[in-house]
Design a protein around this ligand. Structure first.
Ligand SMILES: *Cc1c(COP(=O)(O)O)cnc(C)c1O
Length: 397
């Protein structure tokens, strides 16, 4: 076993070697511009892009023409929200989203609020799930978009996509989902869930960084967007700029591999995740954050009460790469907006760790992680007067 152990797959994943092998010829021999119509260099590149577009579409149940390549999920989120806001301005200015969305969605909403949009931020329950009745009640005649993520990046909580899609359809509102964490990990089908726009990125599913896509529905309804990048009219006018051919080829290959390996990865990783959770829960005063029932199979977010968060991460991060429930901003350490929305106090939010398992995670690595996390939590609790006090109180009962 090699150290350090990587358990931060929600932040990014390594490239699958098959992905790298597929990409390599497109840096050197097949380096053509996919828009060059006059020679074979261009034709080969275009062919490769067309093939990748099919691979990406297949993974989410879309048509190849409905895939718009972008630089990643952040750009796809921006294009979806700003693109709808501008295109449907004559219909209305109201958008519904959720407080636990990724910053790429929340900050984009904040941006268009300054331009005149009205945004409703739905709350979540202690499991991180939205209330469908609240969603439906929030829809008004001016509502043009519902933006709700598929699975949360911090907790893995999966929202009820099919039910949300049905509500959006019933009211004739466009439904956009940031599905970055779900695509390639669990079955995602835009037709089945009535999703009209969907953001994804290659580097969270064993593909390269700097390439992603926005799915844009073409039928029932045909969704239109105002481009956010003007220029040569690439990607049916929705996203100008020379296509990142090697990235697109790698993204396509990553989608193909996920389609084949998703089920066995999920089964194996959910067992390892459950083993990790059950072992760490034995420490006592350990809490699982987010829904246990509606959750990605490879993710666990846990709070270790009475173990100071920063010290916990510092004690582990030489050997185990993990994220915590604190977001370091330039000035201070802020507790995660997602954990706070679930109702955690600052202390519990700060003492959380996010375990994101991946395709190459082994059982040996999980056993090592259990030992190291247990040791560190016990050590920190040993230094905590509050932990002593809570044990005394429990003993007195
Ligand atoms: C990682 C992530 C993003 C950002 O993706 P990039 O491709 O890095 O821009 C957006 N949304 C969610 C939910 C993510 O997990």
């Amino acid at each position: 076993m090699n150290l350090p152990i990587y358990l931060d797959h929600n932040a990014t994943t390594p490239c699958d070697p098959g992905v790298v092998a597929a990409m390599l010829p497109y840096f050197t021999q097949n380096f053509g511009n996919a828009s060059s119509r006059n020679h074979s260099f261009g034709w080969h590149a275009e062919e490769a892009v067309d093939y990748a577009r099919e691979q990406v579409a297949l993974l989410i149940g879309a048509e190849p023409k409905e895939i718009v390549f972008t630089s990643g999920a952040t750009e796809a989120d921006n294009l979806a929200i700003k693109g709808v806001y501008e295109m449907y301005a004559s219909k209305g200015n109201h958008i519904i989203t959720v407080v636990t969305e990724h910053k790429a969605v929340l900050d984009t909403c904040r941006h268009i609020e300054k331009l005149g949009a009205e945004v409703t931020y739905l709350k979540v329950n202690t499991d991180g799930l939205i209330d469908l009745q609240e969603l439906e009640a929030a829809i008004k005649p001016t509502t043009i978009l519902i933006a709700i993520m598929y699975a949360n990046n911090e907790t893995g909580t999966i929202q009820p996509m099919k039910e949300i899609g049905a509500i959006a359809k019933k009211h004739g509102v466009i439904f956009f989902s940031d599905a970055t964490q779900a695509v390639g990990k669990i079955p995602v089908d835009v037709k089945n869930d009535d999703i009209d726009l969907l953001a994804m990125t290659a580097h969270k599913m064993y593909g390269p960084k700097g390439i992603g896509a926005l799915y844009v529905r073409r039928k029932n309804p045909r969704v239109k967007l105002t481009a956010q990048m003007d220029g040569g009219g690439h990607e049916r006018g929705m996203r100008s700029g020379t296509l990142n051919v090697p990235g697109i080829v790698g993204f396509g290959k990553a989608c193909e591999l996920c389609l084949h390996e998703m089920q066995q990865d999920a089964e194996r990783l959910s067992k390892l995740r459950d083993r990790l959770e059950n072992a760490l829960l034995k420490l006592g005063e350990v809490y699982i954050n987010g829904s246990k029932e509606h959750r990605l199979p490879h993710v666990s977010n846990m709070s270790f009460k009475y173990a100071e968060g920063e010290a916990l991460l510092m004690g582990l991060n030489k050997e185990i790469a993990l994220s915590s429930g604190s977001a370091c901003t330039s000035a201070s350490i802020e507790p995660s907006h997602v954990l706070k929305a679930l109702g955690l106090d600052d202390e519990l939010a700060h003492s959380s760790l996010r375990f994101g398992l991946g395709r190459y995670t082994t059982s040996e690595e999980i056993e090592y992680t259990i030992v190291q996390v247990s040791k560190t939590v016990k050590k920190l609790r040993g230094l905590s007067p509050l932990w002593e006090k809570s044990k005394e109180e429990a003993g007195a009962k």
